[in-house]
Design a protein around this ligand. Structure first.
Ligand SMILES: [Mn+2]
Length: 283
């Protein structure tokens, strides 16, 4: 496919692919700054920025055989977006392929998790996102870990890099397990991710990267930036630590209108490459 249309190196048909990428250009519940619907095309373009060899993994960009589905249709209602995600990635989930979703806002993780019964969810996010509902909808990006906890069991959900939690999320018996960015800075990311992986019940782990989990100095182009975040290297170490348990990855909340230099899309593409490389390394 021509430059910029499909993800770099994603030149396989569905049948012989190990991994399937889909863009989900959805930002209808954005609470602060919309624009994440533009992210899939920006992140695909940014994917051409990188060397094809990932020397530190001893791998080539083409080592995992990747199919790019393209983008889901941009729908207005969350329920319609859920259906689109089912069309795009349901077959890949059933066929046991590695799934990569490029948002869109974090809400896209809700239908992704519904494609599975027995996975764990590890989010990297400035926000705990564990409200029962927000601004009148249970399908807000502020409710992602709560919906996952209902579907997967709360013992299968863990959030890392959190530094923004509402009182209502902490004043309850079923607080979603998390490691704050402050804990990660003090104790080191290796310790924190080991605690996360110990606590997650299901063996297979889907990593959901809300780009605002990373400090806004590195990832300024996002809808709800929050200081005191993780470094890109912290996130690289987290993905690497998940290792052979990694079964899927999504990156969300990149907001191109808030990212004039394009650096946030570049970072998001690099993290997709990292997830693909870790997957390829273990399969
Ligand atoms: Mn967030």
């Amino acid at each position: 496919m021509p430059y910029g249309v499909s993800y770099a190196g994603a030149e396989h048909g569905y049948d012989d692919a190990d991994a399937v990428i889909a863009g989900i250009p959805y930002d209808r519940t954005a609470s602060f700054k919309a624009g994440a619907r533009e992210a899939p095309s920006h992140i695909r373009r940014a994917s051409y920025n990188f060397e094809e060899s990932h020397f530190e993994h001893g791998l080539d960009q083409r080592s995992p055989r990747v199919h790019d589905y393209g983008d889901c249709e941009d729908r207005f209602l969350p329920e319609d977006m859920f259906e689109e995600v089912g069309f795009a990635l349901g077959p890949a989930a059933r066929d046991g392929k590695f799934i990569v979703a490029i948002g869109g806002e974090h809400t896209i993780n809700i239908p992704l998790m519904r494609l599975f019964k027995n996975v764990s969810l590890l989010t990297i996010d400035a926000h705990l996102d564990s409200r029962d509902e927000y601004l009148g909808t249970p399908y807000s990006h502020a409710c992602v870990t709560r919906r996952a906890a209902e579907h997967l069991g709360i013992e299968n959900v863990f959030a890392m890099g959190v530094r923004s939690i509402s009182r209502e999320e902490l004043d309850r018996d079923d607080v979603v397990s998390h490691a704050t960015s402050f804990e990660i800075m003090d104790a080191g990311v290796e310790k924190a991710v080991a605690r996360a992986l110990d606590s997650l019940g299901n063996e297979r782990v889907h990593v959901s990267l809300d780009i605002d989990g990373i400090d806004p100095a590195y990832a300024p182009g996002t809808g709800t930036p929050e200081p005191f975040g993780l470094t890109p290297m912290d996130v690289k170490k987290i993905i690497s630590a998940v290792g052979d348990r990694l079964c899927g990855f999504d990156v969300t909340e990149v907001c191109p209108p808030a990212d004039p230099s394009g650096i946030t899309s570049v970072l998001a593409a690099r993290m997709v490459n990292e997830a693909l490389a870790v997957r390829a390394k273990h399969h």
